[in-house]
Ligand binder design. Structure first.
Ligand SMILES: Cc1cc2nc3c(=O)[nH]c(=O)nc-3n(C[C@H](O)[C@H](O)[C@H](O)COP(=O)(O)O)c2cc1C
Length: 343
């Protein structure tokens, strides 16, 4: 099985819900939420991809970097490359019943571990969705998945964090930007924004359960600062793949602004439009400590199951190695804005 066969199979199973385009850039699926697209005109999704494409790498060839080291340590996790699989919920209704929700979560969580990375798992209006991820947590062992909880009422977040702790989870996330998700509203269970005080409360509740907590969906430097002050363990600079607000900037555009404010205070992850190892290097050079990838893993898992997830991750690693050699970066720590060409 190669990536072309995986993509062909995913295209046929998705029956039009995902066209598996040559470049996954949100043009064809604009407005398809539920679905694979971005909200409204789809501009936020497209902005993510376009911003990364507009950034250029600066080749450097006189050095001694032959076999760069791609592994890194973040949040106490040893990763073979600075990458996590983004949490994806509603696989069956977003991708035309191409894959069962539990099957998808099994494929990404076990594939991630086999490839030396880790996957996020989703939460949704039906509790069963989160429980599927927690079943995987129990099966794979301590600290092997990162469940993301929706920004429900604080009491419900606490209850779900208790489920996580009992399942052997060590890091939880909360995708705060899900307050903009039309799918939760369609299911009659909207989520709501949190105040700085509520955020601090959620962090202390996580601590009391021995959990680290990541806040996903940060786009504004002020929100990033509040997260750092609340004692959050990491943030994900994300616009939910453009699914929660039309006309939002690209994550690659806001990342350096966020780095300026909270860099060094807490680890920064970023996602949105990352498709290749070259894109990973660009995001790291813009200020991320690690990245997340969403849609390409849906295609990999739907078309190739666990093996598809492993194969796509290995491809990303090979591309990252190549990009590190060509920019003279020996290790992940050595990747900086010097790897970028500023015209
Ligand atoms: C179909 C679909 C479902 C998603 N479900 C969730 C979710 O349940 N929780 C979450 O935090 N993010 C969710 N996301 C957003 C991803 O975690 C991630 O932020 C986004 O896909 C990154 O952009 P990319 O797809 O361009 O890589 C979803 C994205 C898609 C496309």
């Amino acid at each position: 099985m190669n990536l072309k066969q995986i993509r062909d199979k995913a295209r046929s199973l998705a029956k039009g819900a995902c066209r598996v385009c040559p470049i996954c850039d949100g043009r064809i699926c604009a407005g398809e939420v539920p679905g694979m697209g971005g909200a409204g005109t789809g501009s936020s999704f497209r902005n993510n991809v376009a911003a990364l494409n507009s950034i250029l790498l600066y080749p450097r060839l006189i050095h001694s970097v032959h076999f760069p080291e791609t592994s890194t340590r973040i949040l106490g996790l040893d990763l073979s490359i600075p990458l996590m699989i983004a949490p994806i919920g509603g696989i069956s209704f977003n991708v035309g019943a191409a894959m069962d929700e539990a099957e998808y979560q099994q494929a990404v969580t076990s594939g991630a571990i086999e490839a030396g990375i880790i996957a996020g798992t989703p939460d949704s209006a039906p509790d069963e969705v989160m429980k599927m991820g927690l079943a995987q947590a129990k099966k794979l062992g301590k600290g092997k998945i990162i469940p993301f909880i929706k920004p429900w009422e604080v009491e419900l977040i606490q209850e779900k964090m208790e489920w996580c702790a009992k399942a052997g989870v060590e890091i939880v996330g909360c995708d705060l930007d899900s307050i903009g998700l039309i799918t939760l509203r369609l299911m009659g269970k909207p989520a709501f924004a949190k105040s700085a005080e509520q955020l601090s409360d959620i962090v202390s509740k996580a601590r009391a359960l021995g959990l680290k907590i990541i806040i996903k969906g940060v786009m504004h430097p002020s929100d990033a600062e509040i997260c750092a002050e609340a004692g959050v363990d990491a943030i994900v600079v994300s616009n939910h793949g453009g699914r929660v607000l039309d006309s939002a900037p690209a994550t690659a555009a806001v990342l350096p602004l966020i780095r300026e404010v909270v860099g060094g205070k807490l680890p920064i992850l970023a996602d949105g439009g990352i498709r290749s190892g070259v894109d990973i290097l660009k995001m790291l050079a813009l200020g991320a400590d690690a990245v997340m990838i969403g849609r390409p893993y849906i295609i990999a898992a739907v078309g190739g199951g666990r093996q598809g997830v492993v194969l796509y991750t290995e491809t990303l690693k090979a591309q990252l190695v190549q990009a590190m050699v060509m920019t003279g970066c020996r290790s992940i720590d050595e990747i900086s804005s010097k790897a970028l060409f500023a015209s």
